[in-house]
Design a protein around this ligand. Sequence first.
Ligand code: SF4
Length: 513
Amino acid sequence: MQFHTQMYQKLTYIWVMIPEKFISVFDMFKIAVGPSSSHTLGPWRAAQMCLKQVASYEGIDNIQSIQILLYGSLAKTGKGHGTDMAILMGLMGEDPIVTDTSLLITKIERIKATHELVLNNTYTIPFTYEKDIQFLKDKSLPHHPNAMQFLVQTILEQRIFTYYSIGGGFVEEGAYAPDAGGKVNAQDAGEKVNTRNIDAKVIEPAEVPFNFLTTDELVHWCMKTGFSISDVVRENEKANLTDTFIDAQLDTIWNVMQQCVFNGCKTEGILPGGLQVRRRAFDLNNKLLQNQSYTSIEEWSSLIKKGGHDFKYILDWVSCFALAVNEENASFGRVVTAPTNGAAGVIPAVLFYAILFCDKNNPNDIRRFLLTASAIGVLFKNGATISAAMGGCQAEIGVSAAMAAAALTELLGGNQKQALMAAEIAMEHHLGLTCDPVGGLVQIPCIERNTMGAIKAITAAQLALQSKPDFALVSLDKVIKTMWNTALDMNVKYKETADGGLAIQIPIALAEC
Ligand code: SF4
């Protein structure tokens, strides 16, 4: 078994090192529904793609049946992560950006009760949940642990569509073929699909002025041009988009992030899934505000600012922001992948810290923060992974902390090398972090872990601001390489399978849902 795992990882290693298409800030930050970018958003998008492809061949009204096969990590933790729900929502034609998240459970229950699925909200096929979604926990496809297949029977033939959810909501399309008794070539998955929220073309690296795959290349452009990291990213985005569009989209991303924090702070109760985890942001928020009332985000923010700058007060708020996001995420709320759903609380928490406690509340500050953070995410995606199924939690919380640390450093006046040093420090102290979600739910240790990621990011930024990067022994490229090598060495039970770590220390019998 170990031998096969190593083989798979080697294959994957080769695949990851193939240069990506240009990765935009809008690939890195995507508006999504919780609880997981790889297990919820990716499968949701894959279902939409599948329907689109069938529509282009024969038309949706020729579909007679659809069966969904989930492999590897998607099978093992898919129920806790809402993979089944996400795929059904995608097949119904719902979009994660605009769907009414309060209706998700009702819609899924209706499918289970009626044994009918309304494709694209227009065409009904028979669908038996227990039979037509299969969680193949003992099987995996060789290309990536997060694999899924759609067996689509139309009037003419059966087609198999294979997709891989490779982390952060990114999806790769596998080979598809008529099922003529042969097998789908599951390794043939070179097609990278644009799953971003905006309708803009995917461009090649050669089309941007300052393409970079490594820290050295990013530093090269910064030194050559004098641009900050956020400037470099913006110039690259401008190869495809206007400044006005970029600003508007970044503002939308921040609005969703802050609304998510606000919602999480206002919502009390028990999180869904059966673990009986109590929401804590609500109580903490009320305690810190001494139960003062407010009606808007602006009023709430100003009350927080009036509380002062005591260290413990700030620490409590940073934790509260992160808890709020990930409690929303755990309850199928709307979040922004940053770079994943499980780690979605780190960046908003650190950005709120910058806005409320460091007076960085100018819209341009917020945009710069997001642009710089995305550059760090790109370095990790190109040089290692942002998928917990590939690299454990270092790939999620570790990467989000590195992104936030670099962005905060730039915002607080650090130079480019200091920002990159902050990212290195943040990841260095997340190396080896495993993914072991209890019950396969994105709750324990995930929610608290975002508070730790946020605080480490702030500490890393402060350390970098007080340091001289030219004397640092460990570069960001070296730590990215170390993270990837650690991912290769990590036992598969610590990679989003819920087969090891905390997941097996907490005896829990979750109801099938
Ligand atoms: S342990 Fe980390 S990587 Fe795993 S699901 Fe939770 S947040 Fe994501």
